[in-house]
Design a protein around this ligand. Structure first.
Ligand SMILES: [Zn+2]
Length: 208
C-alpha cells in the first residue's frame, strides 16, 4: 500500500493519495489545490488514478478536482447535499481571496453506506452532516483508518458557522458515526495532525 497525506493550498487542506502497490491503481481524497504537485507525485509513482473523492464542497477541499480530472480522466465523487456549495464557488473564493476554480457537477454520488476506493482498500461512506450538509467521512475498515474531512480534528471539530453548518448536527454525526468506531482507528482529518478515535473520545474538549 502507498499512503501519503500532505497539506495543499493556502488553507493547508490535507490531501491523501492511497494506492495499491501491485495494481498501481490510486485514489485521491480532497485535491483542494497544488494539482500539478499531486499529478507529478502520481506520475512519479507510476499510478493510475481511479477516483477523486471529496469529503465536502468547501473550496480548499474541492478546488482542484476538475483540474485533476482533466489531467487523469478520473471521476469525481461528492455527496449531493453539498451541490449548493459548488454553486457558490465564486463566493467561497472571495472568502479565501483566491481565483474561482472551475466547477462542474460530480460524476458520482457519495451515498451513505456505499463502498468506494480500491478493490484491496475499500472504504465505506459515512454521511456526517454538520460542518456542511454533504460532509462525509471515509472508513477504511481493513486499514483501521477514517478520513474525517472537516468533521473531526485532533482536539477540535469542524466549524459550523458557514452556509450549511449546524452545531448540533455535527456533534450528533461525530457521536453516532465516528465515536462508534474502535478506539485504535486512525483519524486523518481535513486539516492538521493525525489522531485516533480513542484519543478524541478521551480528550477532545468539544466532545465532553
Ligand atoms: Zn470545510
Amino acid at each position: 500500500m502507498i499512503l501519503e497525506t500532505f497539506p495543499v493550498g493556502p488553507l493547508q487542506c490535507n490531501c491523501t493519495i492511497l494506492a495499491d502497490e501491485q495494481t498501481r491503481e490510486a485514489i485521491v481524497i480532497d485535491p483542494g489545490d497544488e494539482i500539478s504537485r499531486i499529478h507529478r507525485r502520481l506520475t512519479t509513482l507510476g499510478l493510475t488514478l481511479k477516483q477523486i473523492l471529496i469529503t465536502h464542497a468547501h473550496i480548499d477541499h474541492v478546488g482542484g478536482a476538475q483540474k485533476l480530472k482533466a489531467l487523469t480522466g478520473a471521476p469525481i465523487f461528492l455527496n449531493e447535499n453539498d451541490l449548493p456549495l459548488l454553486q457558490i464557488m465564486a463566493e467561497q473564493a472571495a472568502w479565501v481571496g483566491v481565483d474561482t476554480p472551475e466547477t462542474a457537477p460530480p460524476d458520482e454520488a457519495l451515498i451513505d453506506g456505499s463502498s468506494v476506493g480500491l478493490a484491496n482498500y475499500p472504504a465505506r461512506v459515512l454521511h456526517t452532516p454538520g460542518h456542511t450538509q454533504g460532509s462525509i467521512c471515509l472508513h477504511f475498515a481493513p486499514l483501521k483508518m477514517v478520513l474525517a474531512g472537516d468533521t473531526l480534528f485532533a482536539g477540535s471539530i469542524g466549524r459550523t458557522d458557514l452556509p450549511g453548518g449546524n452545531g448540533e448536527q455535527i456533534l450528533h454525526s461525530i457521536q453516532n458515526r465516528l465515536l462508534t468506531l474502535a478506539d485504535e482507528t486512525k483519524v486523518v482529518p481535513g486539516h492538521g495532525p493525525v489522531t485516533t478515535i480513542g484519543a478524541e473520545r478521551r480528550t477532545n474538549p468539544f466532545l465532553k
